[in-house]
Design a protein around this ligand. Sequence first.
Ligand code: GAF
Length: 377
Amino acid sequence: MDSKIRAEFKNRFGAEGVRYASSGRINLIGEHTDYNGGFVFPGAIDKVIEAEIKPNGLDKVRVYSVDIDEYVEFGLNEEDAPAQQWARYIFGVCREIIKRGGKVEGFDAVFAGNIPLGAGLSSSAALESCFAFALNDMFNDNKIDKFELARIGQSTEHNYCGVNCGIMDQFASIFGKKGNLMRLDCRSSEFEYFPFDPVGYKLVLLDSVVKHELVDSPYNKRRESCERVAAKLGIETLRDANMEMLDSIKDEISAEDYSRAKFVIGEKERVLDVCDALMRGDYETVGKRMYETHHGLSADYEVSCEELDFLNDIAKECGVTGSRIMGGGFGGCTINLVKDELYDKFIATAREKFAAKYGHEPRVYDVVISDGAHRIG
Ligand code: GAF
């Protein structure tokens, strides 16, 4: 990937730029809690978006995507938004920096990635974070605070891509640290690094390679449900809700909104439980909470799908310690905490059973927790 990017850049722009990278992410637990002011527990992984970038002295951006094999040019004013979705991520980052009083001038860029698309590993956040980090370095003397870089990516999703996401993905992509997960309090923005080395266990992702059409923006609809319940309770976010409060308004809200909020309230507690369990080295509890999260995401939050429930069932049958759907849902991966001695059998069984039912094997990604956004050279 690196040499391809360099060759393309030289070939197209006749010079050499500076290279930057930012990562995809996993999340051990804490799903759909970020936009509810709750806790998340992500880490950056060794799958990245890498870009070579150089100011071009023009008032436009010229960018080539190696993977899509497409070249796009756009200006830096609001009316210059490109039509291509992938280019809107970059345009959005430029605009959000400018809106905050930062500087962005014309530049040339070539980028590529090895984060599987649609797998729930946040390739879009990695793209935003890579360019936010790079443009801060290149044009702003790194004066934009790192958390603000994550918010720039998040606002890009909101204002240019139609997804009202939380902060988790961009945060993980910017702040990721090799060998560490991070517990982020999405209300206060405080976070802690947790060295993560579960001796005797492996973390592995099984990618269903299924991406269900998100007609009608179901992600945004989940968020709206949560906001409606919070408003009914007279609180800012569901972070401040408990089951007693929710039950007290049960008759005044829809059954659907009730189920959504029930999941979020439970999930908030599960993240804290998992942190305590990790500190004790109690992986059995970590695993139990993962299964509970899967159940809640499937039955109450309704963001799972048949294929992911099937993978979760296989994990359970094989005696895997913990397994759950990961990320926004509606397809993508399960994340599995597996004892070393069970690993080979589990992977073989999952491949065989999934292929027999769906006609293709799931993809298998071993998780390596890595650094987030950085300059390569
Ligand atoms: C997606 C979103 F982008 C995140 O903000 C988060 O809400 C996640 O879904 C679910 O936990 O990745």
